[in-house]
Write a protein that binds this ligand. Structure first.
Ligand SMILES: Nc1ncnc2c1ncn2[C@@H]1O[C@H](COP(=O)(O)OP(=O)(O)OP(=O)(O)O)[C@@H](O)[C@H]1O
Ligand SMILES: [Mg+2]
Length: 280
């Protein structure tokens, strides 16, 4: 049974519109869902269906010419639509973190990776010294499987491989054990074996921190492995939502059936232990 306390994120009738010269683009058009604490929910759907804009709307990252409106957009009881920019800044990175598809564009190219992790810690935790923050940054780099972490902490983003950069992004996102991680296709830029390693890492950290995850992906093989629940979007709307077993075993919408039909042997890849072994 779900109590109000279990609900971490409530999205009700989210409408995100971009005003363009050709008219309004209704990127998200009446989306409603809730996320419980610790839950892993996958958001799937074709390109342009509004997945990223949904994530950005929750994060408060939609810029002009975009407009976000909703009947409710609340995180742990806080109304995200009316939060002051200062309070929102205090939330972002600390309690809600986002991992983007392309780590190179999300990392600061002119800052050493260890410093970038340390900075996130220092912004949100007053009284932590530079040395303490850097020690935690190195420990986080170790946790995300980066060898010789003390030396690598001094690397610039361009000196690392794509997989290493995405590990750094995960270290930044998880640095303060956020309640919610929004991961937007975090592995699509990586090759398949590295994808599996990075996903396994993300979800082993998630198991430790208990963060809820909104995982945006095209890859239904990954969904089968990681999701508790699945939300299927098309053209800015939710066409189907349900527990992962139900979505795979008995999809209701034609669109979901078409998505599933495009993936070979997706059931065979589902591991009851929810571990990512065998994915690749
Ligand atoms: N800044 C913007 N201005 C105008 N339209 C936008 C803007 N950002 C997004 N859109 C439009 O909103 C719609 C939803 O885009 P979104 O990026 O959320 O899709 P997506 O589901 O994440 O797709 P993909 O799987 O390709 O990442 C698209 O039609 C897109 O063109
Ligand atoms: Mg997207």
């Amino acid at each position: 049974m779900t109590t109000p306390h279990d609900v971490l994120l409530e999205v009700r009738n989210l409408q995100t519109v971009f005003e363009t010269r050709e008219g309004d683009v209704r990127a998200v058009d009446g989306v409603s869902f809730t996320l419980r604490r610790g839950e892993v929910v996958c958001l799937v759907g074709e390109s342009g269906s509004g997945k990223t804009v949904t994530g950005f709307s929750i994060m408060g990252l939609v810029d002009v010419p975009g407009r976000v409106a909703a009947d409710a957009l609340s995180f742990d009881g806080l109304d995200l639509l009316t939060l002051s920019p200062e309070v929102f800044d205090g939330l972002r990175g600390r309690r809600i973190a986002m991992i983007f598809q392309e780590p190179m564009s999300a990392l600061n190219p002119s800052m050493r990776v260890g410093e970038q992790i340390a900075e996130v810690i220092r912004i949100h935790e007053r009284g932590v010294s530079q040395a303490q923050a850097m020690a935690r940054a190195v420990a986080l780099l170790e946790r995300v499987g980066i060898r010789e972490a003390a030396r690598r902490a001094r690397a610039w983003p361009h000196e690392l491989s794509g997989g290493m950069r995405q590990r750094v992004m995960i270290a930044i996102a998880c640095a303060l054990s956020p309640d919610l991680i929004i991961a937007d296709e975090p592995t699509t830029a990586l090759d398949v074996t590295v994808q599996a390693q990075v996903l396994e890492l993300l979800f082993s950290i998630q198991a430790e921190t208990g963060s809820a995850v909104l995982f945006i992906t095209h890859d239904l093989g990954v969904v089968a492995e990681i999701a508790d629940r699945v939300i299927v979007m098309r053209q800015g709307r939710i066409v189907e939502e349900g527990p992962v077993e139900q979505i795979f075993a008995a999809p209701q919408a034609d669109y979901t059936r078409a998505l599933l039909a495009a993936v070979p042997n997706v059931d065979a890849r589902r591991d009851p232990q929810r571990r990512l072994v065998g994915y690749s």
